[in-house]
Design a protein around this ligand. Structure first.
Ligand SMILES: [Zn+2]
Length: 416
């Protein structure tokens, strides 16, 4: 097979495009493939698909293609412009690359697969492109995937914050609970951070959101109330976050009691912090014996722990009615415990109770958002820091957005 014909097949070129010339540069280890169309060819107008005559050609452009063995391979062509009676002078679409890209579709496919498997630096090395070019390919893939995704609103969303650096810098994540994908990454964790997500949708679309899982963070609560119709019935405060707050109450009781005991020379609570944070069923076997011993002593901390563990049982109820009855008993018990940190936590939970009890309608937690949050932590670690915040966002959408990242014309076509 001759070089021209070989490349014609390798590039998958169809009429009217043909390989005109293949130049092999042994010194630079380059292959340059020149592609052209016959004179008199008519092309479709990109706007109306009418068959039009060529108006002129732009200057020659070059696209990086998959390597031919160790040779860097470039495709050269002069993009034609047509003159449409209705739309005027337009550049025609080229079958091997997207408009504005300096890489062929097949090169982009390979790049996307490498970027999914390796970090940007390594992928750039393998592809023999610059770090910036690799980033640009990633960004294009994300923009393409997000455009192809359309504007449907997820039925269930999860909202979570993500700490991104030391010094209290945060981002806001909105995820699709059912697809387990990141839908939106916003700056900060204010009401505005969230408003920017909702702003992309109409009020009718937002009415289609059925349930929202979130932490009791005031900015997110007011953000949902301001934008999602009937947010009050849809928001569910995550049970694990609530248990975390109550667990902090237990820890404060322990700290205070430990201090008092130490003054009397009693070391019962020494190094016991983590024992009280476990749930009864997650207690490691090694800690169990000691824990059983101190749990039954007459300790304030043991009473606080029992309160915490009892509350955990509330979410196991099948019906809202029984959960409410349980809550009343628990609240009485907690507020009469004479343990100020627990009384404070009981009141905190009470203030948020309506949107804790919505759990019994929706049965959702923030586990999906939290899972994505840790996946993002891996993305962050793997990239060894990002040059800027926008790069980080792109990487999150690339790895956690559930997007179809491939160029439309080669979707699902694998490169071997
Ligand atoms: Zn036209």
């Amino acid at each position: 097979m001759e070089g021209k014909e070989l490349y014609q097949n390798l590039l998958g070129l169809n009429e009217p495009w043909t390989v005109e010339r293949v130049d092999l540069d042994m010194a630079k280890l380059h292959v340059d493939v020149h592609v052209a169309h016959p004179a008199g060819t008519r092309f479709a107008c990109p706007d109306c698909a009418a068959s039009c005559t060529v108006y002129d050609h732009l200057a020659e452009r070059v696209w990086r293609h998959l390597d031919s063995c160790q040779f860097l391979t470039y495709l050269h062509a002069r993009p034609p412009r047509i003159s449409c009676p209705e739309h005027g002078v337009r550049q025609v679409g080229l079958p091997w690359a997207e408009q504005g890209s300096r890489f062929t579709h097949l090169f982009e496919v390979l790049a996307i697969e490498l970027l999914q498997a390796a970090n940007v630096k390594r992928a750039a090395q393998i592809l023999r492109i610059s770090w910036d070019q690799a980033w640009h390919l990633m960004e294009r893939a994300v923009l393409r995937g997000r455009a192809a995704k359309g504007a449907a609103v997820p039925r269930q969303i999860g909202i979570d914050e993500k700490a991104i650096a030391k010094g209290h810098q945060y981002m806001t994540l909105v995820c699709d609970r059912q697809a387990a994908t990141v839908e939106y990454v916003g700056e900060g964790r204010t009401q505005e951070s969230l408003a920017a997500y909702f702003a992309a949708y109409s009020r009718e679309q937002l009415a289609g959101i059925e349930a929202i899982s979130l932490d009791m963070w005031p900015a997110y609560i007011s953000g949902c109330k301001a934008h999602v119709p009937q947010a009050q019935e849809k928001m569910v405060f995550d049970r694990f976050h609530i248990m975390q707050h109550v667990g902090n109450g237990v820890d404060r009781v322990r700290k205070e009691e430990h201090k008092t005991l130490l003054q009397q020379g009693d070391e019962t609570l020494k190094r016991s912090k983590y024992l009280w944070l476990y749930s009864a069923e997650n207690m490691p076997a090694a800690a169990r014996a000691r824990f059983d011993q101190i749990k039954h002593g007459n300790l304030k901390t043991a009473r606080a722990w029992a309160l915490k563990e009892s509350l955990r049982g509330m979410w196991a109820y099948q019906s809202l009615g029984w959960a409410k009855r349980f809550w009343k008993r628990w609240y009485f018990w907690a507020t009469h415990s004479r343990l100020p940190p627990m009384i404070e936590k009981a009141k905190l939970v009470a203030r948020h109770l309506p949107n804790i009890l919505t759990y019994f309608n929706h049965r959702i937690t923030n586990a999906v958002a939290e899972g994505l949050n840790s996946k993002i932590a891996t993305v962050q670690k793997r990239a060894c820091g990002f040059r800027n915040r926008d790069n980080f966002k792109i990487a999150i959408y690339f790895h956690c957005g559930g997007l179809d990242l491939y160029p439309a014309s080669v979707t699902h076509r694998k490169v071997c």
